[in-house]
Design a binder for this molecule. Sequence first.
Ligand code: 4UW
Length: 548
Amino acid sequence: ATKAAPVLEQNVLSSPWGEITVGKETLVDYVFKDIELWSDAPCVTCGATGRSYDYAMTKMMVERCANALAGPLKMAPGERIGLILPNIPEFVVLIHGAMKAGLVVTFANPLYTADEVSRQFKDCNVKAIATIEMFMPVAMEVSKSLKDYKGTIWVGGEDDKAKGVFGLRSLLMADHKADLPTLNCDDVCLIPYSSGTTGMPKGVMLTHKNLVSNLKQVQAPKMMKYEGEKGKGDVVLTVPPFFHIYGFNGIMNYNLVLGYHIVSIPKFTPDDYINCLVEYEPTTLFVVPSLLAFMATHPLVKKEHLQSVQTIMVGAAPTTDSMLEKFLLKCEKTKDQIKLLQGYGMTESSPVTLMTPYVYPYGKVGSVGQLVPSTQARIVSLTKGEALGPHQSGELLLRGPQVMKGYWNNEEATKETVDSEGWLHTGDVAYYDEEHYFYIVDRTKELIKVKGNQVSPTEIESVIMEKPEVADVAVVGMPHSLAGEVPKAFVVLKPNQKLTEKQVYDIVAQKLTKYKHLEGGVAFVDSIPRNVAGKILRNELKVLGGKH
Ligand code: 4UW
């Protein structure tokens, strides 16, 4: 079942799983297209509070939300709305409601500082924000920096007209009627932020067509078990955030299309997670490697907790064979009893491009899988740029209908990332074997991944550079057993200036969210190694970092 597809000219590989039909559906229509088949089945449940909506209720709330946004909030098609929300059932309502109203959604990690959110929301000119009580202070502060701001939606809160606050409940209860626009599948509907191969986080423009194509690709008949099993009543427990492309499209939308019951928790705690395993008996878990490591190694997680689990999908950062094996040992199950699937993707590709098929040979554990349908790949040499054959490592290039339209307001970065032939330059180093299974071995881009979260070294560097004592700085990712990587800073001080490691740590901790903090440490050096073009030689620093 896993025969490689023929190699095309110039070592271009195509998917062994065929093609999808790229259609004209909009994301919200596609996601709820089969809802009559399971309208009274549970759709999305908060694993911490038990709050739950069935499919019919969710769809009705989506429609009312769209009308409220176009009505009382006066949001016009194409305008941006920013979500500052953890994984709660209302996330589904707000994001699909906004898209149904023709709005473009951008989402931020709710644990971001006001500075971080503000930078993103200003960049794409957000005109309304939706959030929960805990993050209202951030939302109100950020809203002051936004032009033509139209209002804040408070999930779980009441109207406060004087402050421009709309309670979600009262918006939905009022059942407003507005003129909703006719949507075009080529319209941008989502702008998540990614640092790409270099620099600060940039808005990634994804269209309905990009996102729907990817949903079709990951449901490829033959590649996945799911053919003919729709609506079977799977229960999915997921922690990866809905405000990241993997959580939003790869998990939320994917499971909505299939009519599955999505259980999530707004904040990971071992107790809540284990309670969900026991109470909901999930058949599928969506995880990142650090969560897999938690289950495999934490003494609180017992094999009895994992008895209902049939499939685990892991991705967003590298995981190891030995961690996968440790997990199976913990469950006392074989790979035939629990399928460990891996996927690889990027925000810039909606996100999935490589995935292990549901059935694959044991020896391929550790691979991120094969090309999903309608996707092509090339591996090009890092030095000369020529296309390489099997078992040769080089930069991974990808092409398919899921590749972004471009970066928001940044033509230069777009051109550097998606070339004139449509190839997405991933900045990841990979190779493939004879059966066209891919293996990620390294990264040429600057990106640091902490527990699956993106960390842009440029962003941390720019915060440290604000200190007058600092002459130069570079941040790199250092390997870490649980988080995968953690950031470490190399700082050059100006002559006769003093800063302690703690002071540098604190500068970052004040401005940026927790997973961006310098857990890899701070080292003071005489100079930062750079090439002739002034580009930081990060690999040299990584080697040095282990010694400092
Ligand atoms: N192994 C090694 C991996 C892997 C990886 C990603 O934040 P972004 O832009 O996007 C993501 C997307 C994750 C994802 C997509 C689809 C999927 O099926 C799945 O797993 C089930 C996960 O994280 O970061 C993109 C970068 O993250 C690294 C890699 O460097 C990539 O360019 N990355 N997945 N399996 N590294």
